[in-house]
Design a protein around this ligand. Structure first.
Ligand SMILES: C[S@@+](CC[C@H](N)C(=O)[O-])C[C@H]1O[C@@H](n2cnc3c(N)ncnc32)[C@H](O)[C@@H]1O
Length: 279
């Protein structure tokens, strides 16, 4: 290994351990609640709207998968398990969380059963053991290079036909908010997020079929109004309904231009049925 590669790698490990202790501090400070794993400075009603959108996307993404006793779904960077009940309500019995924060894993185990403490940069699952996986705002914390490695390793754990939903912060939105809110520049948990081409291309292993991608650009554009009216339930609910409609998942939707400027963006992929079984 070259010297520069070694330095880069140790720098990434340092950054990861720094982030890890910041996540532990956040879990201690806020506990196992949505505010701890969503946007802590947003009003609860807005985080609830983001939560509702994540759930609708998960339902849409995982709906075609078979539910059998041997179907396992991985929840990568699972936190305390905010959305697991949605996946369970769809009839999936076996969901396994992976997170490096002990307090989140403990809560996940108490509420939902299986959670492993470990890094998503090195997912520990057996070859071909997963029928599906989702990561909601998780890979952005490991950086592009380690996320590519982690998703590459995940590929070996997925069975042919598995579906994978990856949802991360949009780099453009985060760049703008760092420009406006100076304090974000020094907050380690206020990370970059991914650009459209990183999430839609660079991060994906060869062979995965991209089914659809999108963002919550509608909600993002309506954010100033949603913030202004968050104490007025009737106005807020009308705006929220419009946002959910604009950001509904669709096949063939083009996540481009103004539409790609979202707080969050996502990609849904499938591991082809004819891919060679992992060894
Ligand atoms: C923004 S929270 C999202 C949690 C959960 N996915 C959700 O949407 O409710 C990010 C989570 O990723 C976890 N995380 C960040 N980097 C990680 C890594 N390298 N390995 C495992 N977990 C990681 C954090 O501990 C935290 O629980």
């Amino acid at each position: 290994m070259s010297q520069s590669k070694k330095e880069g790698t140790s720098h990434e490990f340092d950054a990861e351990s720094h982030l890890r202790s910041d996540w532990a501090a956040r879990q201690h400070a806020l506990g196992n609640v949505p505010q701890a794993v969503l946007l802590r400075n947003l009003p609860p009603r807005l985080n609830l709207l983001i939560d509702t959108w994540h759930r609708s996307l998960l339902r849409w993404s995982l709906a075609p998968l078979e539910r059998t006793r041997s179907t396992w779904i991985a929840d990568l960077g699972c936190g305390y398990g905010r959305v697991v009940n949605e996946v369970k309500a769809m009839g999936f019995e076996n969901i396994i969380g992976l997170d490096y924060e002990a307090g989140f894993c403990r809560q996940y185990q108490l509420d939902h059963g299986h959670a492993v403490q470990g890094s998503i940069a090195q997912p520990p699952f057996a070859a071909g053991s997963l029928s599906g996986a989702y990561a909601i705002t998780a890979f952005m914390y490991v950086g592009l290079e380690r996320a590519i490695d982690g998703i590459g390793m995940l590929d070996a754990s997925l069975s042919p036909g598995a579906r994978i939903l990856i949802l991360e912060a949009g780099a453009e939105f985060n760049g703008l908010s760092r420009y406006i809110f100076r304090q974000k520049r020094t907050q380690s948990l206020a990370v970059n997020g991914f650009s459209r081409s990183e999430l839609g291309k660079t991060l994906l292993p060869d062979g995965w079929r991209k089914i659809a991608s999108g963002s919550n650009a509608g909600m993002t554009m309506l954010l100033p109004l949603l913030m202004t009216f968050h104490r007025w339930p009737r106005v807020f609910n009308a705006l929220a309904k419009a946002a959910m409609h604009l950001d509904r998942p669709r096949v063939g939707f083009r996540d481009r231009g103004v539409r790609s400027f979202g707080l969050h963006r996502w990609v849904l992929c499938e591991k082809p049925f004819n891919s060679a079984p992992a060894r």
